[in-house]
Design a protein around this ligand. Structure first.
Ligand code: AMP
Length: 257
């Protein structure tokens, strides 16, 4: 696997690729787990080369504490990517990505203010801006995103259509621990007791009860609920367990209850 720290280096590699090569791109913030690796596997299955980016994007954190405590495990991530036979790993510096000091931003004015956007002002503007920059640099044929962050996927997919970006956006299913808890880098910040609560969160959220009942059951389990909502045949949840925010969602229709 080739590690790329410099935009120019990637441009040269990209220009030297064959016309028939297909580039798959998996943007991540590192601290990799089986959810991320399922995206790299899908990319490997569908492309001739796969590039993973590792970048903890400061502009999408509305809470500076969350940014400071976000787990950073570079050497472990590189080992996992090598084992997963990823071809390129892009590790940019914030200064080179934000030469404009974040003066230029991509924002969406409807869905980005709901759900995660309502709880985390500015979050999706940070996400859309960094993804736009990365898509312009990498110029992949396909980019892969997880259903775990469905609202993010939908906004990115909409952005690529709105700006005529020549990259397919592919959605990959949420990968879960045996308990049903979705893998997340934030799970690593949970104490053993908080982890039990996180697993309870997954169980209660997937029981198929009404949103009001789910909210009651979570509160009874001592879990702080930010939202439990249904929107366009999908159920979304955000909870806060000891200062760690966890989100989840799944497709839902009354018939599946
Ligand atoms: P992150 O590093 O959290 O920014 O996530 C990078 C990508 O991995 C995003 O497209 C996420 O939706 C995806 N992802 C994170 N967790 C999971 C999971 N448990 N299953 C599938 N995809 C995931």
């Amino acid at each position: 696997m080739q590690i790329i720290e410099n935009i120019q280096t990637w441009k040269e590699i990209r220009n030297a690729l064959n016309k028939t090569d297909r580039i798959g791109f998996v943007p991540t913030m590192g601290n990799l787990h089986p959810g991320h690796l399922s995206l790299t596997q899908t990319s490997r299955d569908e492309n001739t080369c796969t590039l993973v980016s590792l970048f903890v994007n400061p502009t999408q954190f509305n809470n500076p504490e969350d940014f400071t405590h976000y787990p950073r495990t570079l050497e472990q991530d590189l080992d996992l990517l090598r084992t997963a036979q990823v071809d390129y790993c892009f590790i940019p510096q914030a200064e080179t990505l934000y030469l404009d000091n974040y003066r230029y931003q991509i924002s969406e004015n409807l869905h980005s203010n709901d759900l995660e956007g309502a709880c985390r002002p500015g979050h999706f503007t940070g996400v859309l801006t960094i993804v736009m920059k990365l898509l312009q640099i990498i110029r992949p044929h396909t980019a892969y995103f997880g259903e775990k962050d469905y609202q993010q996927y939908a906004l990115i997919e909409g952005m690529t259509k709105a700006f005529f970006i020549d990259t397919n956006i592919t959605l990959c299913p949420t990968i879960r621990e045996p308990s049903g808890l979705a893998y997340s880098s934030r799970n690593n910040r949970l104490s053993p007791q908080q982890r039990q609560q996180a697993e309870q969160f997954a169980t209660i959220f997937h029981q198929g009860n009404s949103c009001t009942q789910i909210e009651k059951d979570l509160s009874q389990a001592g879990i702080l609920v930010e939202y439990i909502r249904e929107k366009e045949n999908r159920r979304y949840a955000a909870v806060n367990i000891g200062g760690v925010r966890l989100i989840d969602n799944y497709q839902f229709s009354l018939r599946s209850a």
